[in-house]
Write a protein that binds this ligand. Sequence first.
Ligand code: ADP
Ligand code: MG
Length: 123
Amino acid sequence: MKIIAVSNQKGGVGKTTLTRELSACCALRGYETLVVDCDPQGNLTSSWVDADVYEATLAHVLIEPEASPTGSKSEALPLEDTIVESPVESLDLVPSDIRLARFEMQADYLTHRLRNQLREAFD
Ligand SMILES: Nc1ncnc2c1ncn2[C@@H]1O[C@H](COP(=O)(O)OP(=O)(O)O)[C@@H](O)[C@H]1O
Ligand SMILES: [Mg+2]
């Protein structure tokens, strides 16, 4: 498994566009590709799928159980349970959620948990 992260603090510099094109190119070249939308704005997610296609998002995976997006004390979901298909063959997506904004001041927490989840699911 290879993980490529696209990150820049500045807005409007092409993060979403690069992520979308790069992940689609990987998939079209035959690599099984999972694109994980970590941006609370969710522009990458909405560029691929309608909101009624999914219920679970990355926020449901990363959230602390006592502060789950539904407000209930449910367990965090496994990453696999949030994956949806994109219109591109071999390209799957973990949708974003506005509730990821709560992690913006804890980027290390988000990346650490996400890395562990990816390893658990795909290593
Ligand atoms: N390589 C590029 N050439 C020209 N315009 C681009 C390029 N990459 C992105 N854009 C445009 O720049 C704007 C911001 O890109 P976006 O990917 O949304 O940035 P970010 O995700 O960093 O906010 C969009 O209108 C997008 O279409
Ligand atoms: Mg963006």
